[in-house]
Write a protein that binds this ligand. Structure first.
Ligand code: ZN
Ligand code: FE
Length: 254
């Protein structure tokens, strides 16, 4: 079993501490900044042993070198972006298994937001750390990939167990939900979810983690086969990649 601590930093980033109590090993996923990570570890008596990076963007790797310097830890990150990951020790890609003490995570290649983006799946704990690939009711912008690539990446995540918790790297849920409602206004699960999101945000609470099952019901980027979405885009019967691409483009201009 792992223990997960969510750290809100910067404008809307979430960092995740993952602690494996048997060994005491502790990882931080995508450290944008160092001070809140060090404080959170010290408050719990944890010593940071690993960084798990999902992709090269500065708001996911900015504290790599400072934390490595502070703890002498070990950095795991995407093989296809190895030269863009500061301090990387272990480049990994799909099929690799990453250990945190006694617990293992499978690595998935999920290109689209960046060309080498990866995700970490802790199957036994039903936890997915997916960086900027899948968000609550959204997905990452396609900075370095094509719609077909991103759709293929999202499909890999959609087949995970519905009760898998999705730990994404940003609190973009309110904006994503407004867009989702604009393209699927009659989706009852979406309407209900947005009421819940509004209530959480009004109290300053995070809307993350989400789950795979909830995303499949409410995330337009996972629903290119939805008749309601297809109708609102005027794309009834169109290819899923084309519907996904159109949805992504509309979100870029939303
Ligand atoms: Zn990013
Ligand atoms: Fe980001």
């Amino acid at each position: 079993m792992i223990e997960i601590v969510q750290l809100p930093v910067l404008q809307d980033n979430y960092l995740y501490l993952i602690h494996e109590p048997t060994s005491g090993e502790t990882a931080i996923v995508d450290p944008a900044v160092d001070a809140p990570v060090i404080d959170a570890c010290e408050a719990r008596g944890w010593r940071l042993t690993h960084i798990f990076n999902t992709h090269h963007h500065w708001d996911h790797t900015g504290a790599n070198l400072a934390l490595k310097d502070h703890y002498g830890l070990h950095i795991t990150g995407p093989k296809a972006e190895a030269e863009r990951i500061p301090g990387i020790d272990r480049p990994v890609s799909e099929g690799d298994v990453v250990m945190l003490g006694a617990v293992k995570a499978a690595v998935f290649d999920v290109p689209g937001h960046t060309s080498g983006h990866i995700a970490y799946h802790f199957a036994d704990d039903r936890a997915l750390f997916c960086g900027d690939t899948l968000f609550a009711m959204g997905c990452g912008r396609l900075f370095e990939g094509t719609p077909a690539q991103m759709w293929a990446s999202l499909q890999k995540l959609m087949v995970l167990d519905g009760d898998t918790s999705v730990y994404c790297a940003h609190e973009y849920t309110t904006t994503n939900g407004k867009f989702a409602l604009s393209v699927e206004p009659d989706n009852p699960d979406l309407i209900t979810r947005m009421d819940e999101v509004k209530a959480l945000r009004a109290e300053g609470k995070p809307t993350i983690p989400t789950t795979i099952a909830l995303e499949k019901r409410t995330n337009p980027f996972l629903r290119p086969d939805s008749p309601g979405l297809q109708a609102s885009l005027d794309m009834v019967g169109a290819d899923p990649v084309a519907v996904f691409a159109e949805t992504r483009q509309r979100k870029d201009n939303f």
